[in-house]
Design a protein around this ligand. Structure first.
Ligand SMILES: CC(C)(COP(=O)(O)OP(=O)(O)OC[C@H]1O[C@@H](n2cnc3c(N)ncnc32)[C@H](O)[C@@H]1OP(=O)(O)O)[C@@H](O)C(=O)NCCC(=O)NCCS
Length: 372
């Protein structure tokens, strides 16, 4: 029995933010901060905030723009966070709404409806509440029988959920699975932090998986193997959680928001990801030269180039390892799925590909697939 990916969908938020816009608002914020604290800075009690730069961001990351669920607030030096209207308990939640947009496209691509699905996994870097699970809200909205649950695995949430879906189908505990990644990252970005204010963007992706025998999709991919590894690291952290209320202090201070030691992450994750990919390909009886396309995690252009150079021995073309982070920035777990959504229909029957994510945890997940 073969398990297939039979549909993929993506929802892109309506607002885009350029590096120039982001840098202008950050620099205005930094100037105000420095002016307000000039005496303490002069006494050496506080450090002045240096300016951010468009050139640095593009050279260090490859990112040019990012999408935002709400642009209002992010570019206001007095706010420096998205202004997202609170919804009542009777309204659809923000992440359920994002999920439904992406799910509709994935279901249409797979020629399926909610009636064909009996398991919904919402898997992403953050969920906006603890319960009821966003997945159950989505399940309800789509009239799906069966069950749903949420999963958090930071940047590997999508690939780890695809592995869960694959295993459930193989075990017979599900017959159609919808995996959704509503990556609403902007509320956890510290737009006052020069090191990380440019890194993330918002997006939602969805994937339908099923038994090959029920698949009627125009474009579908047999899953040849899945792989997931984790290795504890303190280098990427987001510390906001429900205990913050009991701990006192500001539950949204810089320590609670996304922060990382980017240089260390770069150095440690690149070899881990390259080794993981090599092992994944070998485990399904292939060699790296057999792989027609690599849909890699989209955090940093230099990182992807280093990993693919280590694997292939040459610089990959956009055709071999497509890049979407220039437009989308790092969309947490959704990045490799966005790359897949944009660049999969041109593969020919029999072509091999690998979807791979890497990020906080550390966590690395991958799927080796073959076009049917
Ligand atoms: C974050 C990242 C883009 C930073 O790039 P980098 O080349 O490592 O840059 P560094 O952090 O070493 O900073 C280099 C210098 O630029 C400065 N700098 C940092 N942000 C800047 C900005 N926005 N504008 C201008 N200068 C900046 C730093 O302060 C540092 O200055 P110094 O040399 O005087 O100390 C890069 O490390 C990265 O992407 N790492 C991987 C992160 C990742 O994938 N995380 C996964 C998240 S899920």
């Amino acid at each position: 029995m073969a398990i297939v990916i039979s549909g993929v969908g993506e929802w892109t938020p309506p607002y885009s933010i350029t590096n120039a816009e982001l840098v202008a608002s950050y620099n205005a914020y930094a100037d105000r901060y420095n002016a307000a604290n000039d005496a303490a800075i002069a006494r050496g009690e506080l450090e002045a905030k240096p300016h951010s730069s468009v050139e640095f961001i593009e050279k260090a990351s490859g990112i040019k723009t990012r999408f935002a669920y709400q642009k209002d607030g992010i570019l206001d030096p007095d706010c420096m966070r998205p202004r997202i209207a609170r919804r009542s308990e009777d309204e659809l939640s923000h992440q359920a709404e994002m999920s439904l947009h992406a799910a509709a496209k994935a279901l249409a691509a797979a020629n399926k409806t909610g009636a064909d699905i009996d398991m919904v996994i919402v898997s992403c870097a953050y969920t906006e509440r603890s319960y009821p699970a966003i997945a159950i809200e989505v399940q309800h909205a789509l009239g799906i029988a069966g069950f749903g649950f949420d999963m958090l695995v930071a940047c590997s949430a999508a690939t780890f959920a695809l592995q869960r879906a694959h295993d459930a189908l193989a075990a017979g505990s599900a017959r159609g699975v919808l995996v959704i990644n509503p990556e609403l990252t902007s509320p956890q970005v510290n737009y006052c932090d020069r090191d990380s204010h440019f890194i993330f963007g918002d997006v939602a992706t969805a994937v339908v998986l099923e038994d090959e025998r029920t698949c009627t999709a125009q474009h579908s991919y047999r899953i040849l193997g899945t792989r997931a590894i984790t290795q504890y690291s303190n280098n990427i952290r987001s510390n906001f959680g429900y205990v913050a209320r009991a701990e006192g202090g500001d539950p949204f201070d810089a320590e609670r928001l996304f922060h990382q030691n980017g240089r260390k992450v770069f150095k440690e994750v690149c070899p881990l990801a390259a080794d993981h990919l090599e092992a994944q390909v070998a485990a399904v009886g292939l060699s790296v030269s057999d792989i027609r396309r690599w849909w890699l995690h989209q955090a940093n252009l230099n990182m992807n180039q280093l990993i693919t150079r280590k694997l292939l021995g040459t610089d990959p073309t956009h055709d071999v390892a497509p890049i979407v982070l220039d437009r989308y920035a790092n969309t947490a777990s959704a990045g490799s799925i966005v790359a897949f959504a944009h660049h999969h229909e041109d593969l020919r029957a029999g072509d091999y590909g690998v979807i791979c994510s890497f990020g906080a945890g550390y966590s690395i997940g991958s799927l080796a697939i073959q076009k049917r």
